[in-house]
Design a protein around this ligand. Structure first.
Ligand code: HMH
Length: 264
């Protein structure tokens, strides 16, 4: 497949995933299945998530190299934007807890590997720690967490999390979403800690929360669970999981947009 073909496929999928006047969900899934047959030719040994990352590079880069993150890395971030992100992300993380708990229950009921439960339980424990961290960090910045209202993009993302937590969302799609949500933050904040970055000292602790090596390892474990499930999935399920992956990327971009620029 040539690069031009691949770019065409990305553009096509972008329109599939974001346009409200696009075909029905069934047609979207069928189109993704057809494209995947082509893309998967000659990709033996490459994991499913890897093929998605290649196919949707543009969107993935959009979510992990957003101007908000680039500003942190350049040391030019507007502190009111940072504080807004802190308050909004606290609300998001509170809504993320019941979603992760739902993934835990699905792993217990549906997983073919018992160790998945332990990995997800580790994620729940980390979230407990994270909520305390948000409170501490907010008091450091003078952000009053209790009086913050969620903004539209946040509400929409939280609503999406609720749909992912529903009983009709099977484990394969739920764990795929879980990996995607975590990896965007890991990749974004790790970028702010790379050699040559000018991240201000007072923002480094935030970046280390998601950019540290342990979190990267945790994301790789989630990715390998997702890939194990995806490798056993039907073409229909694969295409549906890919759509979830794209929806996560879109919500992440909107979440960054919400925090970036404008007035606090
Ligand atoms: C919006 N995405 C958002 N917030 C987070 N804290 C994470 C992902 C990672 O947990």
């Amino acid at each position: 497949m040539t690069c031009a073909d691949r770019c065409g496929a990305v553009r096509c999928l972008l329109s599939i995933s974001s346009s409200s006047s696009s075909p029905s969900p069934v047609k979207k899934v069928k189109r993704i299945e057809e494209q995947n047959k082509e893309i998967m030719e000659g990709t033996d040994g490459v994991t499913i998530t890897e093929t998605w990352l290649r196919k949707h590079t543009q969107m993935y880069v959009g979510a992990t190299r957003h101007p908000f993150i680039l500003d942190i890395r350049e040391g030019s971030v507007d502190l009111s934007s940072f504080k807004r992100w802190l308050g909004q992300d606290y609300i998001f993380v509170r809504a993320f807890v019941p979603f992760v708990a739902s993934v835990l229950v699905k792993a217990w009921k549906e997983s073919d590997d018992k160790s998945d439960v332990e990995v997800i339980l580790g994620g729940v424990a980390a979230l407990n720690d994270e909520i305390s961290w948000f409170k501490k960090e907010a008091s450091k910045w003078g952000v009053a967490l209790d009086s913050i209202a969620p903004q539209r993009a946040n509400l929409e993302y939280c609503r999406f999390l609720e749909s992912l937590a529903g009983a009709e969302m099977e484990y394969t799609r739920a764990i795929t979403a879980f990996w995607a949500i975590e990896v965007v933050y890991q990749q974004s904040f790790a970028h702010c800690l790379e050699d040559g970055s000018k991240t201000p000292e007072e923002l480094k602790e935030t970046c280390r929360r998601w950019g540290n090596d342990g979190f990267a390892e945790y994301c790789r474990t989630l990715e390998s669970i997702a890939n194990r499930r995806l490798a056993q999935a039907s073409d229909d399920m694969l295409a549906k999981a890919e759509l979830i992956f794209l929806q996560v990327l879109e919500h992440e971009v909107e979440f960054w947009n919400m925090n970036h620029g404008g007035s606090a």
